[in-house]
Design a protein around this ligand. Structure first.
Ligand code: HEC
Ligand code: HEC
Ligand code: HEC
Length: 252
């Protein structure tokens, strides 16, 4: 991760308005522990860490290396360190030696009446907000402040049969300030930003929040929510059949 990216993330965390909301969302999100651990390890330059890996490997040649499915590419998909919504003393985030930790409310209790989702900390936060079950402050200093909500949907077409991505401003600006994304993460112009799944999995673009303080990347359909039309799918099938045919000819 480049220093400028770190700057961006730091800036993202500083504004008081969304920070409060995000930290509420994040409180029980065990994934955040993973993300924190990972983001600090990702700060080093990659060459340096390869060198370090080599050194460690050479030092312990006989030690069996445990295979891990998660690497720096798919780390946002790996299982969180602690089970979802573990008690504060076991969540890997709070210090169990600190007496205060034992006075914190357990996420399992705090979340029990909120609408469920399948991933992350198992709470559908957007629904919780819409149903008025949570009413987070927009600003710590001025609790009366109303959020500046913008209802603008951006559809990002995806190649192949994967459903297109629907990015809703409304559901974001209910929690976040425009400056959380513009212009540091995204230039405010439709189609101007290059976004790829690879970047997201590496914790950039949408991945700066998703998998850390917002629902995780494993919940594909929540972003890829606009299925291709039958016509588009037929055209795709035709194209791949044609490619199969021409590839067969080339072999003969
Ligand atoms: C969570 C991130 C995020 C937040 C917060 C956010 N935006 Fe955006 N915005 C985006 C993305 C992503 C795009 C699409 C960029 C693209 O297609 O390349 C976008 C696009 C835009 C566009 C271009 C629309 C067009 O048709 O060209 C405008 C204008 C805009 N945003 C204004 C705002 C304003 C005003 C706010 C605050 C009320 C805001 N945005 C908050 C992520 C965000
Ligand atoms: C600055 C942080 C941030 C960024 C960047 C961001 N999101 Fe989000 N997103 C959130 C938060 C916070 C929520 C609400 C909490 C939740 O659902 O986990 C959310 C919710 C959503 C939802 C759920 C809407 C619903 O109706 O349930 C979708 C879809 C979504 N984001 C897509 C995207 C996409 C696509 C991108 C990249 C173009 C993106 N987000 C970038 C923070 C962010
Ligand atoms: C937080 C939102 C979000 C989630 C969750 C998400 N994606 Fe994506 N995905 C995107 C965005 C944004 C793009 C870029 C679309 C574009 O080209 O503008 C994308 C692009 C893709 C592409 C096109 C190729 C590429 O790399 O750009 C594929 C395939 C894909 N996603 C698969 C998946 C799968 C599989 C999952 C679940 C494991 C998933 N996505 C989860 C937002 C998301």
């Amino acid at each position: 991760m480049s220093p400028s990216m770190l700057n961006r993330i730091e800036r993202l965390r500083i504004p008081a308005r969304p920070l409060l909301l995000i930290s509420i969302v994040a409180a029980g999100l065990s994934l955040i522990a993973v993300a924190h651990g990972e983001s600090s390890s990702a700060t080093g330059n990659s060459k340096q860490s390869t060198v370090q890996q080599k050194i460690t490997k050479e030092k312990q040649p006989k030690q069996k290396r445990r295979p891990s499915a998660a690497n720096s590419f798919n780390r946002l998909l790996k299982k969180p360190l602690a089970p979802s919504n573990a008690p504060p003393s076991e969540d890997g985030i709070h210090d169990p030696a600190n007496a205060g930790t034992h006075h914190l409310q357990w996420p399992s209790e705090a979340f029990q009446d909120l609408p469920k989702s399948g991933d992350g900390n198992k709470v559908d936060w957007v629904k919780s907000l819409h149903e008025g079950l949570i009413t987070p402050f927009v600003s710590l200093e001025e609790p009366e402040t109303e959020p500046f909500i913008m209802d603008l949907v951006i559809v990002r077409e995806v190649k192949g049969s994967m459903p297109d991505v629907v990015y809703p401003h409304k559901e974001h600006t209910e929690w976040l300030d425009c400056t959380n994304c513009h212009d540091e993460i995204f230039t405010p112009e439709k189609g101007k930003n290059q976004i790829s799944m690879a970047a997201i999995l590496l914790g950039r673009k949408c991945g700066i929040c998703h998998g850390k303080v917002a629902f995780p990347v494993s919940d594909c359909r929540r972003c890829h929510s606009k299925p291709k039309t039958d016509e588009q799918l037929r055209a795709l099938a035709k194209k791949s059949a044609w490619q199969g045919l021409t590839a067969g000819k080339a072999k003969q």
